[in-house]
Write a protein of this length. Structure first.
Length: 207
C-alpha cells in the first residue's frame, strides 16, 4: 500500500473515529462540563495556541481541570495545587482531552502524531526535532505510550522524530491500541508536569 493511500486512510480514520467517539461520549462530556461549571466555575473549556503542521499556529481545546487559585500576592498557585478533585479525575481518565476531537475533525490535529507544543518553544528545536512539523500533530503519539509526562524533553522529542521518519498506518494503529491501555490504567498522568521538569525553552536556555 502506497504512503499516499495510507495517509488518505489515516485522515478517514481520524474523521470516522473522532466523530463516533464524540457522539458516543457526548453524555460524558456533558456531565463533565456540568461538574466543571459547578466545581471550578467558568470557563468550562481551556483553549491555548499551539504549533501545528508546517509551523502554523492553531487553538487547541481541552476541558478545564484547574482552578484560578492564587497566593497572597495574586500569583497563581502551582498546577499541582490547582488540579485536584474533579480536575484530577478528568486528567487521570483523559476525559479532558476529548474536546480535541473537534480539532481532529477540522484537520488541525490527527488522532496520532507528535503532541502539539507551545509556540514559544519553536526556536529551541534541533533540525531533527523540527521533523515534527512535517505531519499533523496528534492527541496521542509514540512519546505518550513510552512514559507520557515521565520522559525528559530530549527523549520525548526524539520519539516524535522517530515517529515521523518511520510512520506507517500500522504504527498508528499500534499506538492507538497502546494508548487505550494507558488511558484505562491511568499510567503516567501528572497533575503538575512542570514540577517534574522545566519548560523546554527554560531548560535549553540553561544548557
Amino acid at each position: 500500500m502506497s504512503i499516499d493511500t495510507q495517509r488518505r486512510i489515516k485522515r478517514a480514520l481520524d474523521v470516522v473515529v473522532g466523530l463516533a467517539v464524540l457522539v458516543v461520549l457526548a453524555p460524558v462530556l456533558a456531565l463533565a462540563a456540568v461538574l466543571i461549571r459547578l466545581r471550578l466555575g467558568r470557563p468550562v473549556l481551556f483553549s491555548q495556541e499551539r504549533t501545528g503542521k508546517g509551523g502554523r499556529p492553531f487553538t487547541v481545546h481541552k476541558l478545564r481541570t484547574m482552578t484560578d487559585e492564587r497566593d497572597a500576592d495574586g500569583v497563581l498557585l502551582p498546577d499541582g495545587d490547582r488540579c485536584r478533585g474533579i480536575g484530577l479525575l478528568l486528567r487521570r481518565a483523559s476525559i479532558d482531552e476529548l474536546p480535541q476531537l473537534i480539532n481532529v475533525l477540522k484537520g488541525e490535529l490527527s488522532l496520532v502524531g507528535p503532541r502539539p507544543l507551545l509556540p514559544r518553544y519553536d526556536p529551541w528545536y534541533t533540525d531533527r526535532e523540527r521533523l515534527r512539523f512535517e505531519v499533523p500533530p496528534g492527541i496521542t503519539g509514540l512519546a505518550q505510550i513510552h512514559g507520557r509526562n515521565g520522559l525528559a524533553w530530549n527523549e520525548r522529542l526524539e520519539l516524535d522524530a522517530v515517529y515521523v521518519t518511520n510512520w506507517s498506518l500500522w504504527l498508528d494503529l499500534r499506538i492507538i491500541a497502546r494508548t487505550v491501555r494507558t488511558v484505562l490504567t491511568g499510567a503516567g498522568v501528572a497533575a503538575d508536569p512542570s514540577a517534574q521538569m522545566l519548560d523546554l525553552d527554560k531548560e535549553r536556555m540553561l544548557a
